[in-house]
Design a protein around this ligand. Structure first.
Ligand SMILES: [Fe+2]
Length: 327
């Protein structure tokens, strides 16, 4: 059978050739990929291979009956969420209950209405495909977040002076952002941008990045390219484009004397204006190869003095409120 990934896959399990043929006739008018099994064991083996969107399961079969097939499917870690509709000649309440207790999602007694069966199958397969899409989306999201974390760790491994720096600055940046009324997806973009703020340093040679002592003017001009390098690295990743504000613009200054573009005032994205205060605060308060930790008093005095030149005054105000609240 040629597989069509756009179609829902339905596994029809029935020992009676006639019953299989009837279900096939009912369902071929719709766009389904149909598979068949003639007994319980074959059904379990097929289900494991195909991972169908729905199993239509006959109850009365020689050997393993439908109830047992259903129970086994429900204990299989891969197949336990596959929708199962039991189709049976048994119309008594006890059989119906037994089917539902075995894990069936629905129980249809023969004779059934063709239109009703088609409608139920349509609803279940549609819901199942939607659920699968959500699962895939979540898995993609998890893989994506793990990639960001690995990039952040790779950078920390290489540039020893930024160890734990990313986590600290991310937390403080988010606190200020929240206080300034930023909400929704933008907070997530800011979190990613802060975690990856110096990702562009991956492209800076070790001799400059890890140099003990002051950089020469030409080394500085190379170091300053890390913002453009971050842009070049992240722009092709569509998911990360909204997170680019911080990696690209965190060295811009309120008075227009920063880099890489020399943006001024509110031309600088707010996320970057928030982050640059936090970045300087964290760099001053923690030990660096070229300076010991600077006291809180001196750090706050510097940040206050640079409000309106290096930093956005509104951001500095919120930053100081948070710091004083936590002192
Ligand atoms: Fe930087």
């Amino acid at each position: 059978m040629v597989e069509n990934p756009d179609c829902s896959a339905i596994l029809i399990v029935d020992d009676e050739p006639n019953s299989r043929a009837i279900l096939e006739a009912i369902l071929t008018s719709e766009r389904y990929q149909l598979y068949y099994a003639t007994n319980g064991l074959e059904a379990l083996a097929y289900a494991g291979r195909v991972i169908p969107d729905l199993i239509l399961l006959d109850v009365m079969m020689p050997g393993m009956d439908g109830f047992e097939v259903c129970r086994r499917l429900r204990t299989d870690p891969i197949l336990r969420d596959v929708p199962i509709v039991m189709i049976s000649n048994l119309d008594d309440q006890q059989s119906r209950l037994q089917g539902l207790n075995a894990g069936a999602d629905d129980y249809i007694s023969k004779p059934f209405s063709i239109a009703e069966l088609q409608a139920r199958v349509r609803t279940i397969t549609r819901l199942n495909r939607f659920r699968n899409l959500l699962t895939e989306r979540n898995q993609l999201q998890e893989a994506f977040e793990a990639t960001i974390d690995s990039w952040g760790r790779a950078l920390e491994e290489r540039d020893i002076e930024t160890k734990k720096h990313s986590n600290r600055v991310t937390e403080m940046t988010l606190s200020i952002a929240l206080e300034m009324g930023i909400e929704g997806d933008m907070l997530e973009h800011i979190r990613r941008g802060a975690m990856l703020h110096d990702i562009g340093k991956m492209g800076i040679p070790d001799a400059i990045l890890l140099k003990q002592g002051p950089l020469t003017p030409s080394e500085w001009s190379i170091m300053k390219t890390h913002c453009q390098k971050a842009y070049d690295l992240l722009w092709p990743v569509e998911f990360l484009r909204p997170a680019l504000d911080i990696p690209y613009s965190h060295h811009e200054k309120w008075d227009g004397t920063g880099y890489p573009r020399g943006l001024k005032g509110e031309e600088i994205p707010l996320a970057a204006r928030i982050f640059c205060v936090v970045d300087v605060w964290d760099a001053m308060r923690n030990e660096r190869p070229y300076h010991p930790p600077i006291s809180m008093e001196d750090t706050l005095a510097y940040i206050t003095s640079a409000s309106g030149s290096h930093f956005d005054p509104r951001v500095v105000d919120v930053f100081l409120q948070i710091i004083h609240r936590n002192l």
